[in-house]
Design a protein around this ligand. Sequence first.
Ligand SMILES: Cc1ncc(COP(=O)(O)O)c(C=O)c1O
Length: 402
Amino acid sequence: MNNDLKALFPALNQTLDGYPLCYLDTAATSQKPAQVLEAMDSFYRQHNANVHRAAHQLSARATSAYETVRDSLKEFIGAAQSNEIIFTSGTTQSINMLAWGLTSQLHQGDVILVDSAAHHANIVPWQELAKRSGAEVVPIPLTADLRLDIQAYQKQLDTLPVRIVALAHVSNVLGTVNDIKALSAMAKAKGALVAVDGAQAIAHHKVNVVKLGCDFYSFSSHKMYGPSGVGVLWGCYQELDKLEPMLTGGEMIDTVSFDGTCFGQLPNRLEAGTPPIVEVIGLGAALKFIKELPVEAFDHEQQMLNLLQQRLAQLPQVELYGAHQDNTGAVAFNLKGEHHQDVGILLDQQGIAIRCGHHCAQPLMQIMQISGCCRASVGVYTSREDIDRFITALEDAIDLLG
Ligand SMILES: Cc1ncc(COP(=O)(O)O)c(C=O)c1O
């Protein structure tokens, strides 16, 4: 079944130096099915106009197509209202927009708890918010098996003046999953806001933001089979409406005069300027693609991840990091005594694409006491053959380096 799916992704059907591409870097960005490419192409060819602006028919058509995607996203993540969906350029912009928008709500001495396994995009904006407001960023520790330390988290909530909790739904390095529902409930009991980075969860989990109980949820289209250049900040209306806009200008206003400006309503208030229109259309096509996938496609993807973990665990030269059966999407490892970059280069010579480095998670690398690692990640198109080829190439790398 996954081989049929693979055929839908043009970029996967190519060879590199005579080797068929084996793409195990979906956590960095997923490949795009033809229907996403076609939706974007046909929008430019037939419907292209700016949204929300003109009286003409083309603009009305473009606006309707653009707003339809907002409605689909509302359904997709179980939001209460479409105007809780803000289009951004991606997770990084979503979290920056959020941290900026919260500035006047934070004060000297307030604490922002941040997941130690977070991506830099979910750390640095909070550090900047702390600088602006006098608040303090405090990391939430991990357990020895690299999961979030729930007891330590509860203690932090009990003893510190926590205003915001910033969590990853799924770690982009390890693939470990946070129980957002439970962690949100713990934070809410103390009156803290909960901001979740869903970049690595959205293509793999059925996300329902209301059931998760968080206040904000961010993700990027390009990690969910859609185009780059667009992402989402979801917030529950009450909290989203309190955010100060990071970007100001056209489209986000109600009235402007040289005596002053009145901002418009959500979602426009947080979407200044011309949005990434065609990328939103592509994201709409990606949502349709995901929604039409049979459940078996997601079961298969999980089996591929577990197979990767098992096959790697059988190699004595491999050191695995935080590889739990209930992880999502990615597995992190090193070859003992070898540099992660060397491994990546050797695999690439056989057409196998993985990611090596610190994965924009330097605090996690510091906890793990490594400079970097290799990460193999899967999507619905990953096949058993991909895993076999990866393991064979890794064995070759072990022989060569050893
Ligand atoms: C967990 C996580 N958060 C944030 C980001 C940043 O996403 P983007 O570069 O699309 O803004 C990534 C990207 O790898 C990620 O994996």
